[in-house]
Design a protein around this ligand. Structure first.
Ligand SMILES: [Zn+2]
Length: 183
């Protein structure tokens, strides 16, 4: 498995004939599964979401009041969780997803991640909109997906309501910048 790179783009889908510069357009498609509730998911994923909910309550979010919990299911059956950790010097804080995946990478460096579940809770309002990982976390998760050469399923939700599944991080982050550009 390899994330899509610019050099891997499929054949030109459309070519403008009216533009003298021969404008080339590429169409990128991603596939997401949407579940109406947690109960529609397999037991193992419901348990993973439950772990993410538990982790979420340990978040340190005195500034945003927006708590995020992440739980990773590893190939060896272990679950590693994380929550967002904020700081008065705002950029010094870290998202729940990266807290969890860096912990997993440091503790089980040779064990692949099968799935990650994410859930959020705001102290200001109830969130029923599935909340995806931020761009920086997508980039980090994609690196681990490439490193382990197998997809990481991403399940994300709000506090309640629908759950969205991406079968691979590459569905959330096409055109990833990866190490191939450094060589
Ligand atoms: Zn993030």
């Amino acid at each position: 498995m390899k994330a899509l790179c610019v050099s891997d783009l499929p054949l030109i889908l459309e070519t403008s004939t009216t533009n003298t510069r021969n404008l080339k357009k590429h169409k990128i498609e991603s596939y997401l599964e949407v579940y109406d509730s947690v109960t529609e998911l397999p037991d193992s994923i419901q348990q993973l979401i439950n772990k993410a909910q538990q982790a979420r309550e340990k978040a340190y979010a005195p500034y945003s009041h927006f708590k995020v919990g992440a739980a990773l299911l590893l190939e060896n059956g272990e679950v590693v969780s994380g929550s967002n950790q904020e700081n008065a010097a705002f950029p010094s804080g870290l998202c729940a997803e990266r807290v969890a995946v860096f912990h997993a990478g440091a503790t089980y460096p040779d064990v692949a991640v099968s799935a990650i579940a994410l859930t959020v809770r705001s102290l200001q309002k109830e969130i029923d909109k599935p909340t995806p990982p931020c761009g920086a976390c997508r980039q980090v998760l994609a690196e681990y997906e490439i490193k382990q050469q197998s997809p990481i399923s991403v399940y994300f939700m709000g506090e309640i309501g629908k759950v969205v599944k991406a079968a691979s991080v590459s569905d959330l982050l096409p055109l990833i910048f990866d190490s191939s550009f450094l060589r």
